[in-house]
Design a protein around this ligand. Structure first.
Ligand SMILES: *Cc1c(COP(=O)(O)O)cnc(C)c1O
Length: 365
């Protein structure tokens, strides 16, 4: 079985995707064509954010959001060390300093109770990561930010479709950044991403930074990047939105089923807080002796992945920002997390095979 079944998704949506892509080929506006604006309006409406700015990738979304906040060399951004590298990478690229704060061991999200102690006069923003499709404690983080005059950027690359107290991920803070990388909950067929905000000035800044800091054609009023999302990729996302509500329901059903079935065989699972819904951008559990479990599942034809095998402060590029013994929960999680096959097109029968294989593997331990 595939780890993420993109082929089944394409088969189900083939007519819509083909028609949407053909429409772009017919009108020929490959850059900033009408699908770009259409997608931005649809996604802003869907999340409730006043503005959506599509960009070249989730990484670019983070970069543009930080540039819109005018992050300066030496500025600090409080973030999680237990994430994909792009989160901290964009801070460092702008000369900023990632300040790693530990995660909650049961959700793997930034521990909001540890954040205020990490605030300094140089702190510019807090950047929580909605890891595996569940947001962090956004009320607590927004309150800390308000007390200290900071921005909050949600790295929502894995959580498009998730909710926090009924509000949508991406629209929970100053800026929200998501990714349309093919394997994310809402994916395109290449690279893509979006920034969400309800602050008109920040939205304008993001729009200008996306096209080389232009406030009008060939009028470069600020530093920017080449950060547009292709019209064709916007067309793919528009087609995928046609089935997105169904996919979310399916993800919730599969997530709940994994949680229940794996609980019955004693697997340690992620906690989902009652005021949040998780879209299971990854379905991740905790195991001891992970290499053995992975090999046993592989032998039964079950693909797995590790998100992520090392916390960022144990990676060469980021080791300077925290001592190796900092953030012990992130260090421990990196040794124990294991992601199982998950996508809206995973069938109950396939899921049963995963659970049975894991049960057999744990019995033989
Ligand atoms: C995927 C991901 C990104 C980067 O998104 P791209 O579209 O691949 O650039 C950033 N942060 C997290 C947490 C991610 O999972």
């Amino acid at each position: 079985m595939p780890f993420i079944d993109l082929k089944a998704q394409y088969a189900a949506l083939k007519d819509r995707i083909d028609a949407r892509m053909q429409a772009v080929l017919d009108h020929g506006q490959y850059i900033m064509g009408p699908e770009v604006k259409e997608l931005e309006e649809r996604l802003a409406g869907w999340t409730g954010a006043a503005h959506c700015i599509t960009v070249a990738s989730g990484t670019e979304a983070l970069l543009i959001a930080l540039m819109a906040l005018d992050l300066k060399p030496g500025d600090e951004v409080i973030t999680s060390p237990f994430t994909f590298a792009a989160t901290a990478e964009m801070i460092v690229l702008l000369g900023g300093r990632p300040v790693f704060v530990d995660i909650e061991p049961d959700t793997c999200n930034l521990d909001a109770t540890l954040v205020e102690a990490a605030v300094t006069p140089r702190t510019k923003a807090i950047m929580p990561v909605s890891l595996y499709g569940q947001t962090a404690d956004m009320d607590a983080l927004n309150a800390i930010a308000a007390r200290h005059g900071l921005a909050v950027i949600e790295d929502a690359a894995q959580s498009f479709g998730a909710t926090y107290r009924g509000a949508k991920s991406g629209n929970l803070s100053t800026l929200g950044c998501t990714s349309f990388f093919p394997s994310k909950p809402l994916g395109c067929y290449g690279d893509g991403g979006a920034v969400f905000t309800s602050d008109a000035a920040l939205a304008q800044a993001c729009r200008e930074i996306r096209v080389h800091g232009q406030s009008a054609r060939y009028s470069h009023t600020r530093l920017g990047v080449g950060g547009r999302m292709d019209t064709l990729q916007c067309a793919v996302v528009l087609a995928k939105l046609e089935r997105f509500e169904w996919e979310l329901q399916r993800r919730h059903a599969l997530g709940a089923r994994y949680q229940r079935l794996l609980g019955e065989i004693g697997v340690e699972r992620l906690a989902v807080r009652p005021e949040r819904t998780c879209v299971w951008g990854q379905y991740t559990v905790f195991v001891d002796d992970r290499p053995r479990v992975q090999a046993a599942l592989q032998a039964r034809g079950i693909p797995t992945a590790v998100h992520y095998p090392k916390p960022l402060h144990h990676q060469g590029a980021y080791a300077a920002y925290a001592p190796a013994d900092a953030c012990p929960h992130a260090v421990r999680a990196a040794q124990r997390v294991l992601s199982l096959p998950m996508s809206a097109d995973l069938t109950d029968a396939q899921q049963d095979r995963v659970v049975e294989a894991l049960a057999a593997c744990l019995r033989s331990a």
